[in-house]
Design a protein around this ligand. Sequence first.
Ligand code: ATP
Length: 294
Amino acid sequence: LLQLFIPLNNLGFVYREMRESLINIERMFGLMDQHPGVPDREDAAHLAPDGGRIRFEGVRFGYQPDRPILRGVSFTVEPGQKVALVGPSGAGKSTIARLLFRFYDVDAGRITVNGQDLRDVTQHSLRAAIGVVPQDTVLFNDTIRYNIAYGRPDASEAEIREVVRRAHLDGFIRELPNGLDTLVGERGLKVSGGEKQRIAIARVLLKDPPLLILDEATSSLDSAAERAILATLQEVAAQRTTLAIAHRLSTIQDADQILLIDGGQIIEAGTHRELLERDGAYARLWRYQEGVIR
Ligand code: ATP
């Protein structure tokens, strides 16, 4: 699983040992709002994400000063397009997503959304503009309704029904004893990996953010369910500026641009077709994953 560690030192010792994954980002927002990892500037502006162009310019970053993780990363996600990050474990893919959330500030270079440097905008407005679909959503011990709407508690019944339909959760919910009011989690109903992911999709649809982070690895699902989820994810990503973190190349062939990250640098960039024609590291990875080379 992609682990997304959040700086929790300032949240008190209870949380000090806690490692949250990409999954829990949204759940952490309540805490992070009160104790932001990186403080807002006093004159921080509201992020105006309309259009939503994401740009990394010469970004360098390390969690510790003596251990650089990103070594000069530059790329642009054009409004409404999808850029996929692939590469070996530890390459820095999740770090790029964390920096987009501004859990940390870059050491050099800059990250902008529509030209606004992340360091100049409020964390609240930044995080309001980003939706996350993790591969393994953690659910609250509460109702399905709460789990779908907690990011937007003011959502109307009609809005909830609409996102349930668009996330293809209606069949699942119809089978439940109390429908949307069925309890889930440790003390309630067990929910499958695919259903959890659909709940995360429903959340994002309700939040309706212009920017999206997808963790597309769906290794826990069988291939028919996986194809159905991928189709739904494509619907969610359409019209949104999307950064996708992928483990398997088969899920990102439709990306407008694929960035192969290794050792904290982009070593190849292009569409799936361009990268295959180039016959470099991506093409080798592709042939390996397709089982051509064993
Ligand atoms: P994976 O596909 O395995 O999730 P990744 O490409 O997403 O890998 P990152 O999670 O970005 O890789 O990690 C990049 C490097 O940064 C790794 O060497 C990792 O050990 C290190 N790292 C990640 N989080 C922290 C942290 N909170 N403190 C120190 N080092 C970290």
